[in-house]
Write a protein that binds this ligand. Structure first.
Ligand code: DQA
Length: 145
């Protein structure tokens, strides 16, 4: 079965407790369970990781090619700061979909620029945790197009 690498960036381990008015009450475990259920329906296999460390995320992306057909990533705050993650996505040769729970274009100025999205096939932003499910469907679409 085709495998997709899911990467959750910094502070997403705190979902459910963190700024619930923006990110909602659902925990990361609950989101991951929903992603896995959707993956079953779409007949793909997921490997899911969360990291608060930029270099670790760069390493995960950099070694994705041998095992994964697509990457689904929420780079979280690194979206707005990380040229290293953007370059890793551009270099890895694995089609990547960026997702955000909140609509980053409706928030503070500093969130309205994504350094990482231009290296991705596309971005889903602003649909709550549904952004992840829509992003997964888009990633599968890229694999099977
Ligand atoms: C986020 C948006 C980012 O601006 C923020 O730093 C996050 C989460 C989102 O999913 O809405 O940590 O990526």
């Amino acid at each position: 079965m085709e495998k997709i690498l899911v990467i959750h960036g910094p502070n997403l381990n705190l979902l459910g407790n963190r700024e619930v008015n923006i990110y909602g009450k659902e925990s990361l475990d609950s989101i991951n369970a929903k992603l896995k259920k959707e993956a079953e329906r779409l007949k793909v296999k997921l490997e899911i990781s969360q990291s608060n460390h930029e270099g670790e995320i760069v390493d995960l992306i950099g070694s994705a090619k041998k095992d994964f057909k697509a990457i689904l990533i929420n780079p979280a705050a690194y979206t707005h700061t990380s040229i290293a993650i953007r370059d890793a996505i551009a270099a890895c040769g694995v089609p990547t979909v960026e997702v955000h729970i909140s609509n980053i274009y409706a928030r503070e100025d500093f969130r309205q620029t994504s350094l990482t999205a231009p290296a991705c096939a596309g971005q889903v932003s602003g649909f709550g945790i549904n952004s992840y499910l829509l992003g997964l469907e888009a990633a599968v679409g890229l694999i099977r197009k």
